[in-house]
Design a protein around this ligand. Structure first.
Ligand code: BGC
Length: 767
């Protein structure tokens, strides 16, 4: 176990009192010994059925009715549940366990607290766009506090799958394409959820997901297979999971995809060799929803019995919403196909997680007593609106601002066009936990709040997000999420044009509904969907200044719309306070500083399109196109529409040339790379200074550049600041052909800029 993890655990253990103290008498035991002794003793008393019960994590809403669940818990056949989200709901479940079951082993309660609990923060992709670790930490801490106050012990988060294919709907749920940025956020999120220890009353245990490589599903089609070279895995895709575990995460959720032919849930290499042996992970592994049974469809198990056997042997401790363990493990143990040791290993991890969450010391740690339940669980007083607004402002990315169209003046007449401007549900984005749409602020409401009676607001819907029957059926499959205006598309566009003609400026709120960027929501096009593009054309034709406010959970391939718009603001799905936050930026009460955490491609045909790609032997050279270079010949311009790390401000920043402290770096030495950044504009603003490295001639081809550091700076007009990055041998490491993490001697390029494309460059040698 690494140091951070151990510190967290020890703090947690120190707070275990009642049961632990009675179970262990030796005063000189370390907290870890006390934990192990307690669990050993408990396991000796457990029957096989009780052990298997601990390996079952049941969904409250879907799998069984409440009376049956209570009966199963009291019989020791269920050890944990998810999806029940109030103290009042969880209390009887805990009572069934600790008052009625034979061994009184407490339950734990889990939930997908991904980007908020009651207060919803921007979607994770948006949080990443802030590049602001304090803001991200604040969102995670508040989420944990709110969820713990509702009796929840564990979150299925952070989701740290690297995604380089925007067709994948779950791109919205992760932190983007870059290994370094996602790894830093992974650590920050785990610390924010767990604080000093997952045993704290206001902490949640974090379960890092989806282990592993889920973001690399072929073609961006959800649940699809993943086939990947070991060097790419180690270098690009695995570090964010590792970072979360090194930060002390107590859990790991196993991915739904297969990896080089073997589904993650049956993958012994993944869980035994890599996770436990190589990384030393000591926590609990959890299958994803129904994933054990899915081993049959994956084609590696002939029936559920075999699926259960494969999963337990591969190292899946806890089965989520799956009957396979409960049904088949008893017989598999009796027949000798699964050993008692294999069961015990899994049970030990589940009990260990419950210990680490502080539940043996006090099963009601987070549920509390009924008398102290909130009078109104949904009360607005329980929300953290100010924090949500501030975090959301930091996630907005200004993509275009021709002729300083933005910020808008609080005067005259403003036409707001687009159904998304009035949609409370879409504001929350997908995986919005216990967030309630009626508590979110739409953009229309945000603009109204900001303007008071200083300016007139007009509104027209303009277009539906889709008019296609199959798309709407899909989006409304589970519950009605997308309201469709039944009027003919042209009639709606005409109405919007008339509205625009009466205004001084047009704000068109366009993009996706939240369900379009969700689990299982892969797209075969990256266009702004439906008739919204026709709407934008028609609005442009009015000649009024046109501001596009984008709502979406993935990079979009903006075509003509980018030319048609005077300004474009990317707002993702900005959460409960989204409307106020976007209004702050549109009116210049807050100067945007967000930077893209994923490359925006020009077209879907360019995918995959990410900045940290390898060079080829025949790279495309701008200005010298010609034959036999790596390019799409039909595209007049190669490369992305907006590069990773890109984002404008209402001010301008200059970056000086790079100053290196030396042109040589000794092993174990340090080298600093500095630039001076100056705010040359008229207003205060923040920007993110980004440092990239490239190993010029390595034993394995390296990305043309890879982010290795970033710093956010706030500058007043005219102010300048020296920004210094300190590099060590560690920053230069790559995975060689033997998968050893080494820094190879030779020349390195260091690049610093305000996005990944526009950089200053210097070179040094590692000795
Ligand atoms: C998702 C997980 C999620 C789980 C429980 C699954 O469908 O893949 O990310 O944690 O459901 O809600």
């Amino acid at each position: 176990m690494n140091k951070l993890c151990l510190v967290g655990l020890l703090v947690g253990l120190a707070s275990q009192t009642t049961l632990a103290a009675t179970a262990t008498s030796a005063p000189q035991q370390t907290p870890l010994q006390a934990k192990n002794a307690f669990i050993d003793k408990l396991m000796k008393q457990m029957t096989l059925d009780e052990k298997i019960g601990q390996l079952r994590l049941i969904s409250i809403s879907r799998e069984m009715p409440q009376p049956k669940i209570l009966e199963e818990i009291a019989a020791g056949r269920i050890g944990s549940t998810f999806n029940s989200i109030t103290r009042a709901e969880n209390r009887p479940l805990q009572e069934a366990a600790v008052a009625k079951s034979r061994l009184k082993i407490p339950m734990f309660f889990a939930y997908d607290v991904v980007h908020g609990h009651r207060t919803i923060f921007p979607i994770s992709l948006g949080l990443a766009a802030s590049w602001d670790m304090d803001a991200i930490a604040l969102s995670g801490r508040i989420s944990a506090k709110e969820a713990a106050a509702d009796g929840i012990d564990m979150t299925f988060a952070p989701m740290v799958d690297i995604s380089r294919d925007p067709r994948w709907g779950r791109s919205s749920e992760g932190f983007g394409e870059d290994t370094y940025l996602v790894s830093r956020i992974s650590e920050v999120m785990v610390h924010a959820f767990q604080a000093q220890s997952p045993a704290e009353k206001t902490s949640l245990m974090a379960a890092v997901k989806h282990f592993a490589l889920y973001g690399a599903v072929e073609g961006g089609r959800d649940y699809n297979s993943v086939d990947m070279s070991p060097t790419r895995m180690y270098q690009d895709y695995l570090p964010p999971y590792r970072a979360g575990l090194d930060a002390g995460a107590g859990g790991v959720m196993v991915a739904l995809n297969s990896i080089n032919g073997v589904p993650a849930s049956a993958n012994t290499w993944l869980m035994h060799d890599l996770l436990r042996k190589e990384w030393g992970f000591k926590g609990v592994t959890i299958s994803d929803h129904g994933a054990i049974g899915e081993l049959i469809k994956h084609g590696v198990a002939k029936d559920e019995r075999e699926a259960a056997k494969l999963a337990i042997k591969a190292g899946v401790d806890l089965s989520m919403n799956d009957e396979a363990y409960g049904e088949h493990l008893p017989e598999l143990v009796k027949s000798g196909e699964v050993s008692m040791k294999e069961i015990d290993n899994a049970v030990r991890e589940v009990l260990g997680a419950k210990w680490d969450m502080g539940l043996f010391a006090d099963p009601y740690r987070r549920i509390g007593v009924a008398a102290e339940d909130p009078a109104d669980t949904y009360s607005d007083d329980r929300l953290h609106r100010a924090e949500a607004r501030d975090v959301a402002r930091k996630t907005l990315v200004l993509l275009k601002n021709q002729n300083d169209t933005l910020p808008l003046k609080k005067q005259g007449t403003i036409a707001v066009i687009g159904g998304l401007a009035q949609s409370k549900l879409d504001m929350l984005g997908s995986w919005s936990a216990a967030g309630r749409p009626n508590q979110s602020v739409t953009l229309y409401e945000g603009l109204t709040n900001a303007l008071g009676d200083q300016a007139k607001l007009l509104y027209a819907r303009g277009a539906n997000v889709s008019d296609k029957e199959n798309v709407l059926t899909y989006l409304n499959f589970i519950e009605k999420e997308v309201e469709v205006d039944p009027r003919p598309a042209q009639e709606m566009i005409d109405e919007a044009v008339k509205t625009a003609e009466q205004a001084d400026v047009v704000v068109a709120v366009v993009g996706e509904s939240r369900g379009m960027s969700h689990e299982s929501a892969s797209r075969s096009s990256l266009d702004i969907p439906g008739r919204q593009r026709d709407l934008i054309k028609a609005l442009k034709a009015t000649g009024k200044p046109l501001v596009l406010v984008l709502m979406n959970g993935r990079p979009l391939a903006l075509g003509d719309e980018l030319q048609e718009a005077d300004a474009v603001l990317e707002t993702w799905f900005p959460g409960t306070e989204g409307g106020n936050a976007v209004a702050d930026v549109l009116f210049g009460d807050y100067n945007p500083s967000g930077k893209l955490p994923m490359t925006f491609p020009r077209s879907i045909g360019q995918l995959p399109q990410y900045y940290a790609h390898m060079n080829t032997g025949r790279p495309y050279t701008p200005g010298k196109p010609g034959n036999y270079t790596s390019q799409y010949f039909e595209e007049p311009v190669q490369g992305p529409l907006f590069p990773f790390g890109y984002g404008l401000s209402y001010t301008h920043f200059d970056v000086s040339d790079i100053k290196l402290s030396s042109d040589k770096l000794e092993r174990k030495g340090k080298l600093s790379a500095s630039v001076t950044v100056k705010n040359t504009g008229k207003v205060a603003g923040a920007t993110v200074v980004q440092l990239y490295l490239h190993d010029v001639a390595a034993s394995v081809s390296q990305p043309v550049k890879a982010l290795k550091g970033f710093q956010k700076v706030d500058l007043q007009p005219g102010q300048e600041q020296v920004v210094t990055f300190t590099l060590t041998e560690n920053d230069l490491k790559l995975y060689n052909q033997a998968l050893k993490h080494v820094a190879e001697a030779g020349e390195f390029q260091v690049m610093i800029g305000l996005d990944s494309a526009d950089v200053k460059e210097a070179r040094f040698n590692l000795l």
